[in-house]
Design a protein around this ligand. Sequence first.
Ligand SMILES: [Zn+2]
Length: 301
Amino acid sequence: MNAYAQRLGEDTLAIFLFHGVTRPHGCAVRNYTRKHIEPDFFASILRALKAAGGRPVSMQEVLDHVDSGTALPPRAFAITFDDGFHNNLDVAAPILAEEGIPATFYVTTDFVDRNRMGWIDRIEFAVEQHPTGCLRLPWGDWEFSGDAARRALLSDIRTRVKSDAGVDADALATAIQVQLGLEPTFSSDHLLDRKLNWEDVGRLAAGPGFIVAGHSHTHRILEYLDDESLEAEIATSIELLAQQAGIRSPHYSYPEGQPYCYSNRVIDVLAHHGVRCSPSAIDGINAAGTSPFHLRRVMVT
Ligand SMILES: [Zn+2]
């Protein structure tokens, strides 16, 4: 049985977390974490879930069942996407529609508003262009030559940045781009970078059983922000979705979604803005009665 289908259970909810589904992108190093998967692989997972008796539910149905206190169908699963990549609309959405499976797309509003790239995508974009080089990083110098060394470098950067609230990830991305002799890149239409624009968001939200909701404004880790910045980050994302796409949703997801990325302080601000359901990215499936602010997800790579 497909490894993802094995996460289904008789009285549990499995929420799958995707980022992108893309056609061949021609990069030697980028996407080594498989943040974007192939369309055939995506379709095969959806079919395997259905073949294993999986019952697709939307995140709104998840919330409705919480409200009514009734059980979800056995072997329930939900499909979610984070970040707002354009390929969610032009590659993933038609496959979901063909399979008759609802999905929720959590979008980062500054990425949508300006076709912005996240810090790690900016760094991957720069490193992809340099087979060999040397970087001066805050934790030491790093020489690299070849694809394996570049992947090791990127893994090291990921680990260091995500574990240290003191590192300004966007400043680091700019420093790396400059050290590699590049103009700082904040926007790209490459297959691995292009984001939904506001018109795309409207088209996606009109899809069959599709929900579009917030995933912060700039993708900073919410728990690392002071109270004022936290309020601004969440309020801006909620207001832009309403103003630009007419979307007012009780759904949201936390950037990065690990245990250190959110807290009751973050949940209180989200709740104040009308959010009632925000899954994490902590690996796991969900027993009946799990708080909609602490639902776990299974990342698909
Ligand atoms: Zn994200």
